[in-house]
Design a protein around this ligand. Structure first.
Ligand SMILES: Nc1ncnc2c1ncn2[C@@H]1O[C@H](COP(=O)(O)OP(=O)(O)OP(=O)(O)O)[C@@H](O)[C@H]1O
Ligand SMILES: [Mg+2]
Length: 386
């Protein structure tokens, strides 16, 4: 060891040592701001990431790293205001280098106080995570494509069942119309016309459901009344079960509302029901339960108010050996042409996007219960659409 160097220990660390440490960091831009947001220090990482030397930026306002649009919207000032108010603030977004190129930044700001507790400045740490951000965007685009491809496949199956249902509705309409044209009894006429209207409205609702489901764009999240959604989903979902199987649904009448894209939820439920169907080899009852539940870490560390929707089957169950791979895209144990392995990856992606999770309970040979945990939009239950 070089005897010239004084050994470093916690008690001998000086401000100068910290300064050297901060200066040496090249992967993070670490610098200080005064409470007005002007730059007072600059490290090697900041120079590398943003392309400015210390002499060019000291004294300048933080907003020089923002795009014109973000400056116009007041973003840099809002970030500082939030930090001064809450003690810290975080942000993610595009920032501009000296040469005008952009990078995706992950930003954290913390207030610094003196011994009397007075705010004397702000410490700002910025990371360039452009690579990660681009990979995330590519993954999202791929997932949206897969989701659409999978929907088209499910549509094929659904429309077979729906053609059958439409035929039933048309039979009702045609025979009621025929009877109505022959009767002279006004009460009988009114009841026949009512059943024609009713069958027509059911047909229109089915078409609406199918169109919502087939729509290409990803719908934005909105407040969804789960009771109403499940009420209309029953007919729709049971279409995919063969003759020997049925779908039983039990759900509390006062389910919390949730904030999500309802067509993705319908797709997720359909995927779970299709898996239950395949696991049961064509006979038996698939059950769907839904209830409100306050969680405190029982399911995958979730805590707070949730709605739990369980799809329960008594099929072949899930072998513990494949448990960890269930949500992987393209993981399937089904024969070629019978499964693509995308069902549960859609369910998982959707649940995570909604701020929830999917929980699996299964004993091999005795069936499986898949529990979709969705965060409740508590206090907003009235008036939400399905
Ligand atoms: N309810 C269940 N019971 C038993 N095994 C299941 C159940 N749900 C899923 N699995 C297993 O998980 C695998 C992955 O399911 P996933 O829905 O992702 O794909 P898939 O059903 O094989 O194909 P796809 O849904 O794309 O048609 C299945 O192949 C099956 O082995
Ligand atoms: Mg599946």
């Amino acid at each position: 060891m070089n005897s010239q160097l004084a050994p470093l220990s916690a008690s001998t660390l000086t401000e100068r040592h910290y300064e050297m440490l901060v200066q040496a960091v090249a992967d993070y831009a670490i610098f200080m701001l005064n409470p007005e947001g002007c730059i007072v220090s600059w490290n090697a990482g900041a120079a590398r990431i943003k392309g400015y030397d210390a002499t060019e930026v000291i004294g300048q306002h933080l907003s020089i790293f923002y795009s014109d649009e973000d400056r116009h919207d007041g973003k840099p000032w809002q970030l500082i205001e939030r930090a001064l108010r809450d003690g810290r603030s975080q942000d993610e977004g595009w920032r501009v280098r000296k040469d005008g190129s952009r990078f995706w930044a992950l930003v954290a700001i913390e207030v610094i106080r003196n011994e009397e507790g007075v705010i004397i400045g702000l410490a700002k740490i910025t990371r360039d995570i452009t690579d990660r951000h681009e990979a995330d965007m590519r993954y999202d685009a791929l997932r949206a494509q897969l989701f659409q491809a999978q929907k088209l496949e499910a549509l094929g199956q659904l429309s077979g069942g729906m053609a059958h249902d439409f035929n039933n509705l048309l039979t009702i309409i045609l025979s009621a119309a025929k009877l109505a044209s022959r009767t002279s009894n006004p009460e009988r006429l009114a009841s026949l016309l009512a059943s024609i209207q009713n069958a027509g409205e059911r047909g229109a609702q089915m078409t609406r459901n199918l169109l919502t489901f087939a729509r290409c764009e990803q719908m934005p999240s909105r407040l969804v009344n789960l009771n109403a959604l499940l009420d209309t989903a029953h007919t729709f979902m049971s279409q995919v079960l063969p003759k020997g199987m049925s779908l039983e649904m039990h759900y509390a009448p006062d389910l919390h509302c949730v904030e999500l894209d309802p067509s993705q939820l319908e797709m997720a439920l359909l995927n779970l029901i299709l898996n239950a169907r395949d696991a049961m080899h064509g006979t038996g009852v698939v059950r769907l339960h839904a209830e409100n539940r306050t969680l405190a870490g029982e399911f995958d560390d979730l805590s707070g108010e949730f709605v739990l929707i369980s799809v329960i089957d008594h099929g072949i169950g899930i072998d513990p050996a494949i448990r960890s791979r269930l949500f992987e895209p393209f993981f399937t144990t089904k024969d070629v042409g019978k499964g693509t392995g995308l069902g549960l990856s859609q369910v998982y992606g959707f649940a995570r996007q909604a701020g929830g999770d999917v929980h699996v309970e299964s004993v091999a040979g005795q069936g499986a219960t898949m529990i979709l945990c969705l965060p409740a939009a508590v206090g907003e239950s009235a008036g939400a659409r399905a």
